[in-house]
Design a protein around this ligand. Structure first.
Ligand SMILES: [Cu+2]
Length: 167
């Protein structure tokens, strides 16, 4: 009798905790539609290359500003948000510790020579035909999953000047 009673209590407790979690998931789903990710791709890496680059377009269709705060991927232990800028005539990249602001009703392009996702210490070279899964975390929209096809360096051209001056 006692056991049955406890089991019923435990079940009731489980049901209670599951409800708010479900509500949160639905909230995220609704907010998530404000942010759309298009044109995502990752650049092929050479065998000795330790860092890879990822690119995509973020469209914020809502009237609320958001912010891309972090990214994660199984292909590298560390994924950073980077930008590139001229520093004394040299293009340099740096990490954006505060993330990438996505104003209301805006389109933010992550592209070679500009804002990008940086895969630090890729576990294996990124090869054309492969798909890199990426999870973006937005301040308001929450998690957004992206599948990035890997493009061959030859297909991309010399948009980055052919250099891989990574840090
Ligand atoms: Cu970078």
């Amino acid at each position: 009798m006692t056991f049955r009673f406890n089991a019923a209590l435990a079940l009731a407790a489980l049901t209670c905790t599951a409800t708010p979690a479900l509500a949160r998931a639905e909230h995220h789903h609704a907010a998530h539609q404000a942010i759309a990710i298009t044109n995502s791709w990752a650049r092929e890496t050479a065998p000795a290359q330790v860092n890879g680059g990822g690119f995509l377009t973020i469209t914020n269709k809502s009237d609320a500003a958001d912010r891309l705060i972090s990214a994660a991927s199984p292909v590298a232990p560390t994924v950073q948000l980077h930008t590139m800028s001229m520093d004394g005539g040299v293009m340099r990249m740096r990490e954006l510790p505060d993330g990438i602001p996505v104003p209301a009703q805006s389109v933010i392009e992550l592209k070679p020579g500009s804002l990008h996702i940086m895969f630090i210490g890729v576990k294996a070279p990124l090869k054309p035909g492969q798909t890199v899964s990426l999870t973006l975390r937005f301040e308001k929209a929450g998690m957004v999953k992206v599948a990035m096809p890997v493009r061959a360096i030859a297909d991309i051209g010399q948009t980055m000047g052919g250099g891989h001056d990574h840090h």
